[in-house]
Write a protein of this length. Structure first.
Length: 270
């Protein structure tokens, strides 16, 4: 596994001395590390299936057949409910070692399935000793798979009961102190399941124009059990990691905001 810090050291060594052209080969090279190596002109091969070389007279930037170890017999799907639960639990306490049974009790999942997910994440270099998350790699891998299906509402729901909801998106980020300008933003509200979505959409209608609010099933059951210590209009704000996942969906503006945001209520893991 080559991460951003590793790539920075390699790049500095390459740029600081008269050395022969270098190629880095690894089972996994994070996106930030790829960029850092490329900026320094260091060739790299990510054995998951990508090759980058730039030297005088030659430029290669292409997908290739995977040459790394084959996936395990049962490929872990971190976009499943249990996978998201495990990852969010790790990211909300990134410095604390945790055992399989303890983690399983925390998120309400079976120890066997939690162990499978941790093993697969460790194989990918996303979990380290003590089952601590590799930061920020795990965050960005999950962010790329975080795809809630938002449904527009014509009216903001009544926050009753308040614990039915978790406020996220731009409004949630503003409440948590993210460095963005307040504008015309509507609340994005998570609920626990499809039944809640159907009931709320029926009561508060759908919007054909600008929505008054949006609602979605939270991809993680465990995330619905978490909330920040703050609220907005009686809606509890989702934990900072979940709000950050939603910001990350905007590849330009959202990710630029994340670069400058270190929340007071949660460790920065992006």
């Amino acid at each position: 596994m080559v991460r951003q810090g590793d790539a920075a050291l390699i790049a500095e060594g390459q740029q600081g001395f008269e050395v022969a052209p270098l190629m880095v080969v690894a089972d996994r090279i994070s996106a930030d590390a790829r960029q850092r190596l490329s900026d320094a002109g260091v060739a790299w091969l990510d054995r998951r299936g990508h090759l980058w070389i730039k030297v005088p007279g030659l430029y290669v930037n292409t997908d290739i057949p995977r040459t790394g170890a084959p996936p395990p017999p049962r490929v872990v799907d971190i976009s499943s409910g249990t996978g998201f639960d495990v990852c969010i639990a790790l990211l909300t306490s990134p410095d604390a070692p945790v055992g399989v049974n303890e983690l399983a009790r925390k998120i309400g999942r079976s120890p066997g399935r939690v162990s499978e997910i941790l093993t697969a994440l460790r194989r990918e270099g996303l979990v380290e000793g003590g089952n601590r998350p590799a930061v920020p790699e795990l965050f960005w891998d999950v962010a790329d798979l975080w795809r809630p299906r938002w449904i527009a509402l014509s009216t903001v729901p009544e926050p009753e009961p308040a614990d039915r909801y978790r406020l996220s998106g731009t409004v949630g980020a503003l409440v948590l102190g993210a460095p963005l300008a307040a504008g015309t933003n509507w609340p994005q509200l998570y609920v626990a399941d499809d039944a809640d979505v159907a009931a709320i959409a029926s009561a508060y209608g759908a919007s054909a124009g600008w929505p008054a609010a949006e609602i979605a099933v939270c991809p993680s059951t465990y995330a619905m059990s978490l909330a920040s210590t703050v609220s907005r209009n009686h809606f509890p704000v989702a934990t900072a990691v979940v709000v950050a996942f939603d910001l990350a969906q905007d590849k330009a503006r959202g990710r630029e905001i994340l670069e400058s945001w270190s929340p007071e209520v949660s460790p920065r893991v992006w």
